[in-house]
Write a protein that binds this ligand. Structure first.
Ligand SMILES: C[S@@+](CC[C@H](N)C(=O)[O-])C[C@H]1O[C@@H](n2cnc3c(N)ncnc32)[C@H](O)[C@@H]1O
Length: 219
């Protein structure tokens, strides 16, 4: 098992990147959360695993269709947690969004806690992805859904070049593909977690999602 992987740039720089440069991927994940929302989730919790600086979580919480939910973002690293709390404060959303410092491998939330879970660009950071997948399943309420998006190790080179050009322009360098997983490797990790029957891995071949893949887990 490898160690947890911290982001290799400062939280403040990462914040600029997530605020300005990933809108198509923000929109794609927001749309998926809206599609997966069910009226019976109203008053429930949407949990963001590895929330980073919470820029995406704030945008998700602003989606009118998700207005009835409470939102919790959690992250392992203190600089991200501090930036995330500042993001929430600046958005004036402290009454709707809480930020917790925690390791995704050892979530302290009770079983059947969150109606929805989301996570983005995180699987490749986890020391033990099957363990985190098990934790996500554990904290979902029966009928709850988790949507996880990550970059694949083997994307279309043209899509990758365009993505990296933006990152290089912002000074955070190209993404390190060697740390990422393929959709099939992720399916194998879900199998190791015992979640094959309740999960799917979708790898779109067009649009912003083609840079990566989506894990869907339904309890
Ligand atoms: C590439 S960033 C993505 C941040 C955010 N999800 C986004 O899309 O903007 C990955 C995040 O995962 C967090 N992370 C890494 N390992 C973690 C763990 N074991 N538990 C919780 N968070 C973790 C990092 O601190 C970082 O904020």
């Amino acid at each position: 098992m490898r160690d947890n992987l911290p982001v290799n740039y400062a939280a403040v720089l990462y914040d600029t990147y997530t605020t300005e440069s990933v809108r198509p991927w923000d929109d794609a994940l927001i749309q998926r959360m809206v599609e997966e929302f069910k009226p019976r989730f109203a008053q429930g919790i949407l949990l963001d695993i590895g929330t980073g600086t919470a820029q995406l979580l704030v945008k998700v919480a602003q989606a009118p269709a998700l207005r009835s939910l409470r939102f919790i973002g959690m992250d392992l690293f203190e600089d991200m947690v501090a930036e995330a709390r500042q993001t929430v404060q600046e958005a004036g959303m402290e009454d709707r969004i809480e930020i917790h410092a925690m390791d995704a491998h050892t979530l302290t939330y009770p079983d059947n806690y969150a109606s929805m879970v989301m996570s983005r660009s995180t699987i490749h950071h986890w020391a033990d992805p099957p363990q985190v997948f098990r934790q996500i399943y554990r904290v979902l309420v029966p009928g709850g859904v988790a949507i996880i998006h990550d970059i694949r190790r083997d994307p279309d080179p043209a899509l990758l070049d365009a993505f990296n050009a933006v990152r290089i322009g912002l000074g955070i360098g190209p993404t390190d593909l060697s740390l990422k997983y393929t959709p099939d490797e992720t399916r194998a990790m879900l199998q190791e977690a015992g979640l094959t029957a309740v999960s799917t891995v979708a790898a779109p071949d067009a649009g912003p999602g083609a840079l990566g893949y989506e894990v869907r887990i339904k309890k």
